[in-house]
Design a protein around this ligand. Sequence first.
Ligand SMILES: Cc1cc2nc3c(=O)[nH]c(=O)nc-3n(C[C@H](O)[C@H](O)[C@H](O)COP(=O)(O)OP(=O)(O)OC[C@H]3O[C@@H](n4cnc5c(N)ncnc54)[C@H](O)[C@@H]3O)c2cc1C
Length: 451
Amino acid sequence: MSRYIVVIGGGPAGIEAARAAAAAGGHVTLVSDEPVGGRAGWHSLLPSKVWLTAADTFGLLTEAPSLGIAVDGTIRADPSAIVDRIRAVKEAWAGQQVADLKALGVELVAGVGSFEAADRVAVADGDGDVLTRLQADAVIVAAGSVPRFPPEMKPDGQRILAPRFASHLASLPPDIVVVGGGATGSEFTYLFNRLGVKVTWIVAEQGVLPKFAPSAGPFLAEALVRRGVRLVQGQMAARIEREPDGVTLITTDGARYSASTAFVAIGRLPDLSRLNLGAAGLRPGPGGGLQPDSFGRTAVPTIYAVGDASGMPMLANRATAQAWIAGRHAAGATTSPFRPETVIHAIYTEPQVAQVGVLDANGAAVEIVRLPFTSSLKAHLLPEGDGFLELAYNVSDRRVMGSVAVGPHAADVLTPVALAIQMELSLDDLARMYAAHPTLSELAFMVARLA
Ligand SMILES: Cc1cc2nc3c(=O)[nH]c(=O)nc-3n(C[C@H](O)[C@H](O)[C@H](O)COP(=O)(O)OP(=O)(O)OC[C@H]3O[C@@H](n4cnc5c(N)ncnc54)[C@H](O)[C@@H]3O)c2cc1C
């Protein structure tokens, strides 16, 4: 018999969970307070990627003479055209996702979902008036995450910006102080610098991309410093003061950094605030997320949590991988468990940074082999081909354990490694494969042969 499944949240996690559950025969209702697409589609991931595509293109044009192409006249960013493009891509992407969901028979309900019991969800409008109540065999929480800002650094959309304002940035400031050395801080530092904004980048003591292998962040930081970014590393941002003609950022050692604008990207928290979790017998775990098991089940087994609502790491590809499994499981279909070690963490700067699996040497059990990107012909053909790839493998059975790559298209370069981890392949399996030549895909197989 078809199970009745309610999904709360219309971002990448909710969409994928609804698709998977419906495709597996579930009767699915998707409740979302925002149009389908979620924060990723309307406010964070998608707008940032349109800006990054513009920045990459700007970079290519700047490097064109090194490829034998003369570019006459000035190259400049046209922010209002970029903002128009963001709107167009958002609408096209959301429209496509709505069509997919409808084709699978998913019912879409607009409003805020909250638990009245573990198997009952009330949907309310913005004023809190209940519009409808939904009885469910299973509920999948995909409520996403919200940015966290200390009161001394609250964005105002004018002088103090955050990713959410990127959709409306119809002109670029002459200079900017970016706070945060994580994924979002790195991407915006890169794109502002590429598009001609003078950037001061405030990064804490742990450095750039502290969650990546130690070789990755410094490589990216050096590339950005070479392009003119002023990197201030070692002090935390304490507060931002508004001045008549700009802002001053003050770090914990009292140093002051002035610019016309600031951009703050210092982390996100799961958004469980409107779910009335207590009525379902649930409460957030220590990191603020719902900490599900490998099928997405929370402490109440008919309630699942996927995507940013489940905690770190907050990535759309991890969200959708979890959601596919939870959606199928909730609908009663067989499915294999989620494998977090196959999730590629990627930063879409130039050079890109990507990592998958385990890279710790872990005593002598894991060995790491390193290859420069220039080992492939393709890296020589590209305008900015520098980079490296490290591959970790288990010494005793030679199984592939993980990899980090920094260089052009690093996120794509790691896809075969992620597949190797998923399939529990050995170095020798990878080494036998030859990708098309010349491509950057060759790198993952070359590094295995080197090992
Ligand atoms: C600037 C930026 C860039 C990023 N770029 C990338 C990237 O390039 N690649 C990548 O993999 N990841 C990226 N991420 C991370 C990625 O956006 C998130 O991991 C992803 O959005 C998680 O999807 P989600 O569905 O869990 O949540 P969300 O996208 O946050 O969607 C959740 C939705 O649920 C709604 N909701 C919440 N509570 C309720 C409720 N009670 N009732 C009804 N609706 C509710 C929310 O309003 C929202 O619309 C980026 C993040 C940021 C901030």
